[in-house]
Design a protein around this ligand. Structure first.
Ligand code: SAH
Ligand code: SF4
Ligand code: F3S
Length: 475
């Protein structure tokens, strides 16, 4: 079981766990402990949950032993993610035996997927709540306290939690996530998200801007706008009737201050527009980094996946990004061994990776998810050892691409936002450049340089994961 309490949430990605920590400066009635798994949206949801619970007088704790309530905010994206949660529940069973009054709640995507079946399968679970039902948590806790198992997995077409101010959990006070939409209307054949998160809906523009402005006023230096498919953000102002698309939203967030950095995730290749790319280009504070999941490099597989683009279309999009912003980094998600994938399809994926020159990739073996289009229509027919071998080849290629792109950065100067000490040495800082690359460099004796500061760093050496350099004066 991984504990990512010492990591920024940026580093905690799909399938990893993170334990919340925050001090609210009051003595709470009861304490809750929350562990989050899955994507950044789930981490962001945990901050909404913390806020709802805080209003009811509950305070967070990092210690299971002190908790009256234990929550797991779960992910269903791959079978392994669900197995991790089940293992964790077995561990909690022991604690529950000693303290039967303690309540255990399963929240998030696994709660939504399994609904009340989860209560049958996991007898110790008291509360099951889906991603659109967090407002009902206080009431469900009351029910569970009076001995009734409590479930709410209703999905909504409207819920965006727009009015809830997230309680920043385990925050470094520098980077924060802001959800701009929920759900997903793309029916990628492999994906469980449309079933666990429901229909796509965008959050009120004014509430997003207010939250970002508030974060900036509190001293935050970087916000990441989150959605399963941010480029399809669309909001019509009820007063003016003016529509707002993602490019417009991005521009307004960027205009809050030139010293607030903006990131966003995730972009579906079919939806990212030239307008978004030009908006990125014209604002220095919008980071030059796009997460552009390809999933496969074979047009035949992409069609089966229902991704709605071809290999050529994807490559043309990558070319367009580089034409408009030559310094823009691109990362991808890649699935190895989707149904019917043969060696040629696999080679096509490796080829698209080479042509796209990804700075980074998140790489997975295909895992069949019950209820998805692929589970209904196709056979999961690529043997496990073939999936593993292909994934291995994909990972090896990505490692060499990452090293190659990092080598090209040697000698260049980047603006870096310092996030904290480097993992290896208290005498070094760690931060990220606009391209989202981790940079590590020696501290100087200038005491005003602290986490949250922007500095200029010249890259001098690299590994595949890090650029090492030194602070220089801006040129
Ligand atoms: N909305 C985002 C990603 C959501 S899930 C997008 O569209 O890109 C994150 C990643 O998990 C996906 O991009 C995909 O690469 C991977 N994934 C999703 N379902 C999967 C499955 N059944 N098996 C393996 N990987 C999967
Ligand atoms: Fe899943 Fe596709 Fe939606 Fe991403 S865009 S969440 S992969 S259905
Ligand atoms: Fe997992 Fe749900 Fe996110 S399935 S990846 S936590 S949307």
């Amino acid at each position: 079981m991984l504990n990512f309490a010492d990591k920024t949430m940026n580093e905690a990605r799909q399938g990893e766990a993170y334990i919340g920590e925050v001090s609210l400066g009051e003595i709470p009635l009861k304490r809750f402990y929350i562990e989050s798994y899955g994507c950044q949206m789930n981490f962001s949801d945990s901050e909404i949950i913390a806020s709802i619970l805080h209003t009811e007088g509950f305070g967070p704790t990092q210690n299971v032993e002190d908790a009256d309530l234990i929550f797991l905010n779960t992910c269903s994206i791959r079978e392994k993610a669900e197995q991790t949660v089940r293992k964790r529940l077995t561990e909690f069973r022991k604690i529950k035996k000693q303290r039967p009054a303690m309540l255990i709640g399963v929240l998030g995507c696994m709660a939504e997927r399994l609904k009340s079946k989860l209560l049958e399968e996991e007898k110790l679970v008291d509360i099951v709540v889906g991603p659109d039902a967090y407002r009902s948590l206080p009431q469900l806790i009351d029910e569970a306290e009076s001995g009734t198992k409590a479930v709410n997995v209703l999905l909504s077409r409207e819920e965006t939690y727009a009015d809830i101010s997230p309680v920043r959990l385990n925050s470094n006070g520098i980077n924060a996530f802001v959800s701009i939409m929920r759900g997903c209307n793309n029916m990628c054949a492999f994906c469980v998200v449309p079933f666990t998160r429901g229909r796509e809906r965008s959050r009120d523009e004014a509430s997003i801007l207010a939250e970002c402005k508030d974060l900036f006023d509190q001293g935050y230096k970087e916000v990441t706008l989150l959605g399963q498919n941010v480029d399809s953000y669309y909001w019509v102002d009820p007063k003016t009737n003016h529509p707002v698309d993602f490019a417009m939203l991005l521009e307004k967030v960027a205009n809050i201050s030139p010293s607030l950095r903006i990131r966003f995730s995730t972009s579906h290749p079919k939806d990212i527009t030239d307008k978004v790319l030009h908006t990125m280009k014209s604002h220095a504070n919008i980071c030059k980094y796009i997460h552009l999941p390809v999933q496969s490099g074979s047009t035949r597989i992409l069609q089966l996946m229902n991704r709605t683009y071809t290999r050529e279309w994807y490559l043309a999009k990558v070319k367009r990004i580089k034409e408009i912003m030559p310094d823009c980094a691109i990362s991808a998600d890649i699935i190895a061994g989707f149904c019917t994938e043969d060696e040629q399809d696999h080679q096509d994926t490796l080829d698209v990776m080479r042509q796209s020159q990804y700075e980074y990739s998140y790489m997975f073996m295909y895992s069949e998810r019950p209820g998805t289009l692929a589970a209904k229509r196709y056979k999961d027919d690529v043997p496990d050892e073939v999936k593993k071998r292909r994934l291995d080849e994909i990972v090896k290629l990505q490692n060499s691409l990452s090293l190659e792109t990092n080598r090209k950065d040697i000698g260049k100067v980047f603006e870096v936002l310092i996030e904290g000490n480097s993992k290896k040495s208290p005498n070094q800082w760690m931060g990220r450049n606009s391209q989202n690359k981790v940079m590590v460099f020696d501290k100087t004796n200038v005491s005003s340089i602290q986490p949250g500061c922007f500095v200029h760093v010249m890259a001098e050496k690299c590994t595949q994961g890090t650029l090492m350099g030194r602070i220089v004066n801006p040129s």
